[in-house]
Design a protein around this ligand. Sequence first.
Ligand code: DX5
Ligand code: ZN
Length: 215
Amino acid sequence: MTVKIAPSILSGDFSNMGAVIEKLEQTDVEIIHIDVMGGQFVAPITFGYQMVKTLRPRSKKIFDVHLMVQTPEVQIPQFIEAGADMISFHVETSKHPHCYLQQIKSAGVKAGIVLNPGTSAQVIKTLLEEVDYVLQMSVNPGFGGQSFIPRVLENIEQLAKWREKEHLSFAIEVDGGVNEITAAACRKSGVDILVAGSGILEKDDWQVAINQLRD
Ligand code: DX5
Ligand code: ZN
């Protein structure tokens, strides 16, 4: 399976997100990654559901919402309503992750669970039958432009092994510090979706950067 590339608009121009989305619309990616930070689980505050709702009519791409919030149970219904196609939340902030996954899926949205770099894959083993995807953070969440933490490849390899052994079909997404070099290591470990912010949006030609990560 060829790896999918998901550009993160966190590295886009915050004063002109409509133009960022329209420029991404011109590329061949299927997925746009949207980093929702709430100021508590991570310090920055980025986008709310209102922004996603107003961007929705401007794009046919899959909207992949990554919730970095303290109260996913509050934001999940908002982003379902705003038109997200994929919603993931951190296991580290969730009181009832199994329930939230079911809630997302029952709305016809793909459901993902997120692991911080310091969290063992073992923590989500009992959720793997419920998830459409696992998002493995390869930096500590909060900021773009950080360096990839190689140790997370162990989690990815473990997840890929369980997926095979238990005949499951969840996708593995990796997020943070993805460049041409780290992308190759991720692909080898079993990753299906590569998120990249600075590695695409800070480059002159986004399509060229996308091609380089994919190939
Ligand atoms: C970080 C975000 C990432 C971020 C990645 O908390 O979850 O999606 O945009 O940025 P890069 O690709 O620059 O590391
Ligand atoms: Zn993200």
